[in-house]
Unconditional design. Structure first.
Length: 323
């Protein structure tokens, strides 16, 4: 079986699909944006041929490359595993007469509301959804579908109320650490994050934030932004960050740590500290946790403390707060 595989070299885990296909006896032809010199020899050996094109989502360019391969051998399948590539791959299949996922199916996989409509028409129960442009529309949709609505007072806790008052008073007296109140990092931040390396070498990062106390309405923190406060790359590291999100976004902290390792050959600790120093120069405070593909960890921060812990293959737990 002859299979065209889209973007076999990037991200790094793509090579595992190529390896698996070759091990199963398939003849693999790669089409990607990276130059052939970017591919290591092992990856090249798993493929019959590799063709570089400018953009794998440019349907015209992709179709041209696929037809070139078809002029040499019969193509049984064209595969892509990256979501951003699935539509272009489907369009190339249809244009070149290759069986597989259709444009219609690819569209339904990417457009969740349309997918739900098709499932409902087929009698398959799915969660209700709607498009909303305001909080009022969300509340109206919830109420119309039987969700119990509660007043904002339902979420009141004395501890968080006092933290809010403390922060407001500190700002009145000239900011955090003013004469009247001492504001701790605990008062400011409420992020929970984790990074992990599994036995197969896969890296993962997850981050959830409570925001910052007394934040402005509509503020967007760094944690939900991939590359800002959360990032993982099997070739380098996994990173989860906490702190003044605006500065972490501007510094693209989580991705920058990975990029310094990948492109400058830095060790994890050095890369993490360099990026955090950049945040400090902008006026931001915070920290991060990170683990690389060899299991090394880095836990830098530029505040008085950061709740953190880690456990290795030896099973020993380490929990720390201050320096």
């Amino acid at each position: 079986m002859n299979i065209i595989f889209i973007e076999p070299a990037f991200p790094a885990n793509q090579r595992e699909f190529v390896r698996g296909l070759a091990a199963a006896g398939a003849t693999v032809i790669g089409i990607g944006e990276r130059p052939v010199d970017y591919l290591d020899q092992e990856l090249r050996d798993w493929m019959l041929h590799y063709q570089q094109i400018g953009n794998v989502t440019d349907v015209g360019t992709l179709v041209e490359a696929v037809r070139f391969a078809q002029s040499r051998v019969w193509i049984d399948a064209l595969e892509s595993t990256i979501e951003a590539h699935t539509m272009a791959a489907a369009q190339a299949r249809e244009a070149c007469g290759i069986p597989g996922t259709s444009v219609r199916t690819a569209y339904l996989c990417r457009d969740k509301p349309s997918m739900k409509e098709v499932l409902r028409d087929a009698g398959i129960p799915t969660a209700l959804s709607t498009a909303a442009s305001s909080a009022a529309e969300v509340r109206a949709f919830a109420a119309a579908n039987g969700v119990e609505l509660v007043d904002q007072k339902y979420f009141y806790t004395e501890e968080r109320w006092q933290a809010l008052q403390k922060m407001k008073e500190a700002e009145k007296s000239g900011g955090a650490g003013g004469k009247k109140f001492i504001v701790t990092d605990q008062d400011r931040h409420g992020t929970v994050g984790a990074v992990a390396l599994d036995k197969n070498g896969n890296l993962a990062a997850a981050t959830s934030t409570g925001g910052t106390t007394n934040k402005k309405a509509g503020r967007v923190g760094d944690s939900p932004i991939i590359g800002g406060g959360t990032y993982a790359n099997n070739a380098t590291c996994a990173v989860s960050a906490t702190g003044d999100g605006e500065y972490f976004i501007r510094s693209v902290v989580a991705h920058d740590v990975s990029a310094l390792m990948e492109y400058r050959g830095m060790k994890l600790q050095e890369a993490a500290q360099m990026v955090l120093d950049k945040v400090a120069k902008l006026g931001g405070t915070g920290g991060l946790i990170a683990i690389d593909h060899d299991g090394n960890i880095a836990l830098p921060f530029n505040t008085s403390g950061m709740y953190r812990g880690h456990v290795g293959v030896d099973g020993e737990f380490v929990v720390e707060i201050y320096r």
